[in-house]
Design a binder for this molecule. Structure first.
Ligand SMILES: [Fe+2]
Ligand SMILES: [Fe+2]
Length: 236
């Protein structure tokens, strides 16, 4: 436990201790798109005292049930399948559902709450970024990573090394992270107005769940799957 400190990348904290993700979410510390930042650096944006956060993290971990196994030592084939079956499947059903919910709320309250139109625009951008992204991972990158793990011989991919599509995916994660931040901003941290209807409440609740799920999803890819795949290829 003491191996991890203020200089440890924040993504490494969550990779080794998945229970820290929820705690870091509550402090709005970015552990996914900027998971390579040290704990100290990651505290700067939300304006937190790194030493206090380190103490809180250690206290939090002391109350958690230890996880005997995490994704750092499971096969990449298993991890990529887990990402597809949980996070990709979730997005494929949630993105269309949320688009419909936003339309309903805009139609009902868009005149008195013009910020809903901005929300609709940011969500459309997020969806437009994510849908082709999932397809590229499922059809190109993940099969290549599984091949790398399951084949002992040198592989020649049409896109060069796996680092090439990985860097493209990381870039798209950054865009998705920016859109999520804009959604959080325009919804005033998902604070409901006093005249919010039930659909409005369901929408904000669902958007917040989407944010959490996407953070966890990007964390698994940026901080575990991608670096492990690149290391595997380098060691050939
Ligand atoms: Fe993904
Ligand atoms: Fe991704």
């Amino acid at each position: 436990m003491n191996r991890l400190d203020l200089d440890t990348p924040i993504g490494r904290w969550v990779a080794e201790y998945p229970a820290t993700a929820r705690f870091l979410e509550s402090l709005q510390i970015d552990y996914c798109c900027h998971g390579s930042q040290s704990l100290s650096q990651a505290c700067a944006s939300p304006g937190l005292n790194p030493t206090q956060v380190l103490e809180q993290l250690r206290d939090h971990l002391a109350t958690c049930t230890p996880v005997s196994e995490n994704w750092l030592n499971r096969p990449l084939t298993e991890l990529s399948a887990h990402i597809e079956q949980t996070h990709h499947a979730y997005l494929k059903s949630e993105l269309p559902r949320l688009s419909e919910l936003i339309e309903k709320v805009v139609n009902a309250l868009g005149v008195s709450h013009p910020e809903l139109l901005t929300l609709r625009s940011h969500f459309a951008d997020l969806r437009a970024e994510l849908e082709p992204h999932l397809m590229k991972e499922e059809r190109i990158l993940f099969p290549a990573i599984r091949q790398l793990e399951q084949t002992a011989t040198q592989l020649h991919f049409p896109f060069g090394t796996v680092a090439n599509p990985i860097h493209m995916m990381e870039h798209e994660h950054d865009h998705a992270g920016d859109e999520l931040a804009k959604i959080r901003h325009v919804t005033n941290d998902f604070q409901l107005p006093s005249d919010a209807c039930t659909t409005y409440r369901v929408l904000f609740d669902s958007l917040q769940q989407l944010e959490q799920d996407l953070h966890q999803h990007i964390h698994l890819e940026n901080n575990i799957l991608f670096p492990r795949a690149m290391k595997l290829e380098c060691n050939r």
